[in-house]
Design a protein around this ligand. Structure first.
Ligand code: TRP
Ligand code: ZN
Length: 893
């Protein structure tokens, strides 16, 4: 356990010596001793056969926590000679394979009930279920557990008929029946060869919500969402979302579903959000179960997006999979891009973009600037489970988005068609993807490999100059400090597509007339993209009046930090007039950041006068926005968070001081808006019956912002109003928005509402999670002590990742004030939780530990406390490889 994890390098990749064309698995289910028999049809990989060479290499099968009962060989199932194989802790090695093709039979025993890691076959509240990505299949049977070994699976499941009535696996059901002793069985066959990480099995007492879907090519697919008995009605929205996602993938990407059935199962104990197993997605039940009394609008939006994400993996991930785990972004970045596009199409594109950029800035930019920074496609890793990061997922999606921006929708779609056509049924690399997009899209995109291979957020500066002939020149420079720091000689300029518009001072668009050398860098389907693909670039435009306004990186066309010479009045102009909603919001964020940082540095007057100007610019438009686009209104009224601000400060960060300046600035803003806050709150009220439609969600999101600001402007009146909202709430969204606002305070109403919430909703696990999370987000003094006390609560259990994350995940990721408390109490609390969870579930513990990824930017006292805490963890011999990998990288980077 304590040994430093061995690093795996991309450059060491070698294709598998042996392939397995077909496998038949039989599961004899029992909570403590399940028996798994496997029949493998093994074949030499022709790609590895040297000419003339006839010595057969050993066949190495991974295994972990398996008890080998029996191993046999050949059709006739001869016992395997003791000299022909070796059994190790982590492998079964057939040292002398009999031939280039042979059949291998193994029988192992495993203990699902004792599996607290939730990787492999485990029990969740009495339900048998599996999680195999990335390397969980080796905890089920001996297998070459790598994504480039694709096999056809036939699975037979046997279990007690009464205890375990439902038996599910991948693919199509082919047979079922009764056995003796009260047991029954089912056989599933998946016609599509797949890697082991996509294997799944679920068995137990489950209830289904069913429907059908008719594909574009006229086939009927049986859909079912399986949940714990009594909860089927709460899967309705998930099922509707699934049908929407299936239709959308046909229309936008031409991708049609390919099996007779599509099953989804919701389980309460799950390490991540959900898993895309072929034909049998498994979900954390918090991303399935919803009704108006238990789920918020945000929960509904997450369900819709995650259902879509997992469904989209059927093509981007399953039909075309990854050659090795370094290529993880090949499926994840692309699939996140696809789910973002889905949400943009069915909800608001601008708001979705704003939300994604907010996530990028609050989590991915800090990760990319700190010791845990890594390229989207890393060249080495210590622990595979720690590769599922915001960088791989979200920055990975940004890279796909940049290529989409450059090609335009039509050419991008042609590129994707080439990708699907060429690589269907294969395990491929990022290079393969870029080659297909380039070929189909008609543009060489190979320079984008630099985005995959270099860590760090590029900084771009933009300066303007005018000449006397009415020409405007933009001077652009890029620099990636993290890449420089890593390998100065190898840091290369990255291709950065910057969407541009020019406005005259009335806010009318000016045509773009690029001239001279730089003109060839103006590109894109609409001719409005500046492609900054060298360190520095100058681009000149004709016929631009001196007072014209520049709007750059529109829609956040590149995931960079942009620093421009736009002054305060220009930004205020953009805040009012930009016709790109994203950049309108962005201008507000830039102004808010500079106001908060001014305040932090003691320039209080500057800060407050800037806020006055912002309030003045926004006020006249608020009632209109409240009617026309409340979701956007909510966004434009939200201030950047402490983590985002910390990235701007860069070093010697004092999160508490930042938080106080942020609060002061927000309070000033709120007071400037004055009575319009409660007025807007009423104006936004939803009177129709609850529905999680974009319109209603938008209104309630804007209400939440108004209420929070009102609480900040006037704690007494604000808390009273929030309490009234809490008492009269008609659905969970209203209840939660009232509590969100109260939780910003240290008022008696906060405690009262929390106690009442617990009383009324504490029996429902997903609502208990919300209750725990409010405690974890609270910036009050007693936060850390209270969190530890809550672990003694009868409803809390260290074994359920949702409970653990609601307390400690939220604390580490969303409460910078208390996590980075100057006395080190937050660090100590999190380290204690990490140790406790690590003994049960290393994957989940390592995720919690990632909160330590930004300690180096803190001011010296906090830095010292964080370092001491990390060193204390590193000295712990009992640490898992997953947590050790995080701790050691956090200390060394
Ligand atoms: N492939 C899953 C997704 O993004 C992620 C996932 C689910 C996962 N469970 C996991 C990754 C366990 C690592 C370990 O959709
Ligand atoms: Zn995914």
């Amino acid at each position: 356990m304590s040994a430093a994890p061995k690093r795996i390098h991309l450059s060491d990749y070698a294709p598998p010596e042996w392939l397995i064309d077909n496998v038949a698995l039989t599961f004899d289910l029992h909570p403590q001793h399940t028996e798994v028999s496997a029949r493998l049809q093994v074949r030499r990989n022709p790609a590895c056969m040297k000419e003339g060479g006839n010595a057969l290499p050993p066949l190495r099968l991974d295994g972990e926590a398996l008890e080998l009962v029996d191993v046999r060989i050949g059709e006739e199932e001869r016992p395997l000679d003791a000299r022909a194989h070796v059994v190790r802790d982590d492998a079964l090695i057939i040292t002398r394979p009999p031939a280039e093709r042979f059949t291998l039979h193994t029988r192992v025993r495993i203990n699902p009930a004792a599996n607290t890691q939730l990787s492999g076959l485990y029990m969740s509240n009495g339900i048998y279920c599996t999680q195999c990505e990335a390397e969980g299949f080796r905890r089920i049977t001996y297998w070459p557990d790598r994504p480039d070994v694709l096999s056809r699976f036939t699975v037979r499941i046997q279990a007690d008929e009464k205890e375990v009535p439902v038996l599910l696996s991948n693919g199509n059901p082919v047979e079922s029946g009764r056995m003796d002793d009260g047991r029954h069985y089912a056989v599933w066959q998946d016609p599509y060869p797949k890697p082991s990480y996509l294997f799944a099995l679920v068995a137990g007492r489950l209830e289904a919500l069913k429907d059908t879907f008719t594909t574009a090519d006229g086939r009927t697919v049986d859909l079912a969402i399986w949940v714990e008995p009594g909860k089927a009605a709460r899967a309705r929205f998930a099922l509707e979302s699934l049908k929407k996602a299936m239709r959308w993938d046909e229309e936008r990407f031409g991708r049609v579903y390919d099996l007779d059935v599509f099953n989804i199962v919701a389980v309460p104990d799950f390490n991540m959000g959900a898993m895309e197993n072929k034909g049998l997605n498994i979900f954390n039940d918090r991303y399935i179960l919803a009704d108006e009394n238990t789920a918020t609008d945000r929960d509904y939006e997450n369900i819709e997006a995650i259902i879509a994400h997992e469904y989209f993996h059927n093509w981007t991930g399953n039909r075309i999979t990854c050659r090795d785990w370094f290529q993880l972004c090949l499926k994840e970045g692309l699939t996140v891009f696809r789910d973002q596009e889905f949400t943009s199409d069915v909800r608001s594109r601008a708001v979705k973009r704003i939300e994604d950029v907010r996530l990028l800035r609050s989590l991915q930019f800090p990760e990319d600037a700190g010791p845990l920074a890594h390229p989207v496609r890393p060249s080495s890793f210590g622990a595979i489970d720690n590769l599922y990061t915001v960088t791989v997922y979200e920055k990975g999606a940004e890279i796909v988005r940049m290529m989409h921006t450059l090609l335009g929708e039509a050419a991008f779609r042609k590129g994707m068609d080439v990708y699907f056509e060429r690589f269907d049924g294969q395990a491929v690399t990022v290079e393969d993807f870029i080659a297909a997009l380039s070929e189909g899209g008609g543009r060489d995109l190979s320079a984008f490999m630099r985005w995959y291979e270099q860590a760090g957020t590029p900084h771009v500066t933009m300066r303007r100059s005018h000449d006397d002939e009415g020409r405007l020149t933009l001077h652009l420079v890029q620099n990636n400090p993290k890449a420089q720091e890593a390998k100065p000689e190898k840091a290369l300029p990255q291709p950065i597509p910057l969407r541009l518009a020019l406005f005259d001072k009335e806010g009318k668009r000016l045509p773009l007339r690029p001239v001279g050398e730089g003109a060839r860098h103006v590109t894109g389907a609409a001719g409005d993209i500046l492609l900054l693909d060298s360190t520095a670039l100058e681009i000149t435009f004709d016929d631009v009046p001196r007072d014209a306004v520049v709007s750059l990186n529109r829609g956040f066309s590149a995931p960079i930090r942009l620093e421009s010479d736009l002054d305060r009045d220009t930004l205020l102009f953009l805040l009012k007039h930009d016709d790109d909603a994203f950049n309108r919001w962005e201008a507000g964020q830039t102004l808010a950041v500079s106001a908060i940082l001014d305040h932090l540095r003691g320039k209080t007057d500057d800060a407050l006068s800037l806020i006055d100007a912002m309030a003045e610019a926004l006020l006249p438009d608020l009632p209109r926005l409240a009617n026309a686009d409340p979701a956007f209104l909510a966004e434009i009224m939200k201030f950047p968070g402490v983590q985002d601000l910390a990235v701007h400060v860069g070093r010697d960060v004092d999160p508490e001081a930042l938080h106080l300046s942020r609060e002061a600035v927000m309070a000033h803003f709120a007071r400037r808006l004055g009575e319009s806050l409660p007025e807007l709150f009423s104006q936004l009220a939803v009177t129709e019956p609850y529905a999680p439609t974009p319109e209603q969600c938008g209104r309630r999101a804007a209400q939440a912002v108004m209420l929070a600001l009102f609480v900040q402007a006037d704690a007494a009146r604000g808390a009273a109003l929030a309490m009234e909202v809490f008492r009269t709430a008609r659905n969970m969204t209203e209840t939660a928005l009232a509590l969100d606002a109260l939780n910003l305070t240290q008022t008696p109403q906060r405690d009262e509402a929390l106690a009442e919430f617990r009383e009324r909703f504490g029996h429902e696990p997903l609502l208990l999670d919300k209750w725990l999370a409010w405690h974890a987000r609270w910036t009050g003094e007693g936060c850390a002590a209270r969190l530890w006390a809550l672990t003694e609560d009868e409803a809390f259990t260290w074994r359920n990742p949702n409970r653990v994350r609601s307390l400690f995940g939220v604390f580490g990721m969303a409460n910078p004030v208390r996590f980075h408390a100057a006395d080190g109490s937050g660090y100590a609390l999190l380290a204690r939780a990490v140790r406790k969870v690590d003994a049960l579930n290393p994957q989940t513990a390592a995720r919690l530990a990632q909160a330590f990824g930004n300690w180096r930017v803190m001011e010296p006292q906090r830095r010292k406390k964080a370092e001491e805490t990390l060193k204390g963890l590193a000295e712990d011999d009992a640490l898992s490889a997953d947590v050790r990998d995080i701790v050691e990288r956090a200390l060394s980077g």
